[in-house]
Design a protein around this ligand. Structure first.
Ligand SMILES: [Zn+2]
Length: 548
């Protein structure tokens, strides 16, 4: 071989090496998407849902191990730490629960006091501040406890509850649209309304529907098996706490009937009136005492936050935020045996998909910056996300969109994707084209009555005015012989929040892989386009929460 030929060969070899080198950075989104590997998804899920993580309960070592895992993955992929403390944003939490034998509910009737038994007849609401609660006052029945003048509805019309205990059914009128009903059903909305009217205590009643779905005798067995939790503000007070509500109780149907004995309306009347949308609010003409003791425990648990800096100096100060909750339910005794709630789908799978999405962005940053957040305390009431939007590491106004993952199921070869909440904003067309690009059909929410859009972390962002979506696989299978919907519903009925949501669940990994790619495409498009996403005209959530 002559020198010239040898050099030619070396140059050629060098060119071939560069062309095929796995480490050369991608220059297009399509190249970047090739970095997502099924093997990596599998190994994240296996590690996070392993028995050694013990169900990733906030405050427990298993959760902290999982948080370190996410931080290490972020670091390896080349993200920058974006927490208040390196990768972490520590969330101060308080766990609180009722001391059972100190709970009291008494009806002070004309012919004497009527006492009741905790759990059989009533439950009390644990208090995150006071270790002792006691309130005695008159009771006013207020339907659902909903005041929605813009929908032509109020349970408080002409009713005075100042210094009174209100008694209200859970839920909101059937005629409300799903999102409106979800908003007005939330205990936060109801407590805020009650407090603004001077109420000092709450009694929650059960509708026939609630009783059919989960009879008191069954539901009451689960009261207090896990403590309630809240996050603690800088001033030391718990978030979303209303000190003027001095005590609260929920009643079995039999106890509710006793409460309304001799009142202007009977328990049956109120049940029927409520179902037909009639308001029958009225003072019950009786006093009750609600009392209880609560025990408290302080703990801390981190959100894990990484950032990919945007490539466009004009847009890099704006952020797309990807989220998935890292926590699950820990362990608990079931039939005398300690069981681990591994949360393989809920939400080891969501974290795995978010991690592989982060890999894409780190390899090829879009114009806007992108935050990736593994959130704590979702299962205890969206705590990590609520903390984040109230203590954001970047200005909330600079967050243009939130894309959340929670329990994405791949139980069969998936044909369609659903983006909960997308109909509220300009995120929908973006989600449609991302789904289509990966060979999925884009479907509307197949169970809008479940209002899943308000039941996971994206709702914290929505409440802060940020357009958001929550991406899941739809009901349709690509295989005509597989009924996707029945498999999906069977999972919800038998494995959701059960110890069996573990590594033995089937996963159609090719669907998961394509889902991850579609998930990345959505954020990439939002982070690259000139305009920020906007709430659609007339959207209920946009009109309620958007910052002007
Ligand atoms: Zn979840």
């Amino acid at each position: 071989m002559t020198t010239t030929l040898r050099w030619a060969a070396i140059v050629l070899l060098a060119l071939l090496t560069v062309g095929s080198c796995a480490n050369s950075p991608p220059t297009t989104l399509d190249e970047s998407l090739e970095l997502i590997r099924e093997r990596a998804l599998r190994s994240h899920v296996r590690w996070l849902a392993d028995d050694d993580r013990a169900g990733r309960l906030p405050g427990d070592p298993g959760y902290d191990q999982a948080a370190r895992y996410v931080a290490e993955q972020f670091a390896r992929m080349g993200l920058e730490p974006a927490g208040a403390d390196g990768w972490y944003q520590t969330v101060p939490l308080r766990a609180f629960r009722t001391v059972e034998d100190a709970a009291t509910f008494v009806i002070h009737a004309d012919d004497g006091d009527l006492g009741f038994t905790y759990r059989d007849d009533f439950a009390v609401v644990p208090d995150p501040v006071d270790t002792q609660d006691r309130v005695r006052a008159e009771v006013v029945y207020v339907g659902y406890g909903v005041h929605a003048p813009e929908l032509g509805y109020s349970d408080y019309e002409g009713i005075d509850v100042e210094g009174k205990i209100i008694a209200a059914y859970s839920g909101a009128p059937e005629r409300f649209e799903n999102l409106q009903r979800a908003y007005y059903s939330s205990s936060l909305t109801k407590r805020r309304e009650a407090v603004s009217r001077g109420a000092i205590g709450t009694i929650t009643l059960r509708s026939r529907k609630a009783e059919q779905q989960s009879p008191w005798n069954e539901a009451s067995k689960r009261i207090g098996i896990r403590p309630a939790m809240t996050w603690i503000r800088e001033d030391g007070d718990p978030a979303r706490h209303f000190p003027s509500l001095r005590a609260g109780a929920s009643l079995s149907p039999a106890t509710a009937e006793a409460l309304m004995q001799g009142a202007a309306v009977s328990y049956e009347d109120t049940l029927t009136a409520m179902e037909s949308g009639d308001v029958r609010s009225t003072p019950l003409g009786v006093e009750v005492t609600i009392a209880g003791k609560s025990e408290h425990r302080s703990l801390e648990s981190p959100n894990v936050i990484g950032v990919v800096r945007g490539s466009d100096p004009g847009l890099a100060h704006e952020y797309v935020v990807y989220t998935a909750h890292l926590d699950h339910l820990g362990t608990r005794e079931v039939d005398g045996e300690k069981r681990i709630f591994n949360g393989a789908y809920d939400n080891a799978m969501g974290i795995a998909l978010m991690l592989e999405t982060a890999r894409i962005f780190a390899a090829l940053p879009p114009r806007r910056s992108v935050l990736f957040i593994a959130l704590t305390g979702e299962e205890r009431g969206l705590l990590g996300s609520d903390y984040f939007v109230n203590n954001p590491v970047v200005p909330v106004e600079s967050i243009v969109a939130n894309i959340n993952l929670d329990m994405p199921l791949f139980l069969y070869p998936v044909a369609d994707l659903v983006a909960f909440g997308s109909e509220n904003s300009t995120l929908q067309p973006v989600a449609v084209s991302a789904a289509t690009a990966e060979g999925f059909v884009f479907s509307a929410d197949p169970m809008p009555e479940e209002t899943r859009f308000v039941r996971s972390d994206q709702y914290s962002f929505v409440r802060a005015g940020v357009p958001a979506i929550y991406l899941v696989a739809g009901f349709r299978s690509t295989d005509d012989d597989i009924d996707g919907e029945s498999l999906y519903r069977a999972f919800l009925d038998h494995h959701y929040h059960e110890a069996s949501d573990n590594l033995s669940q089937p996963v159609h990994w090719d669907s998961a892989l394509r889902f991850a790619r579609a998930h990345a495409r959505i954020g990439y498009a939002v982070a690259s386009q000139e305009d920020r996403p906007e709430w659609n005209e007339g959207s209920f959530l946009g009109s309620r929460f958007a910052t002007p």
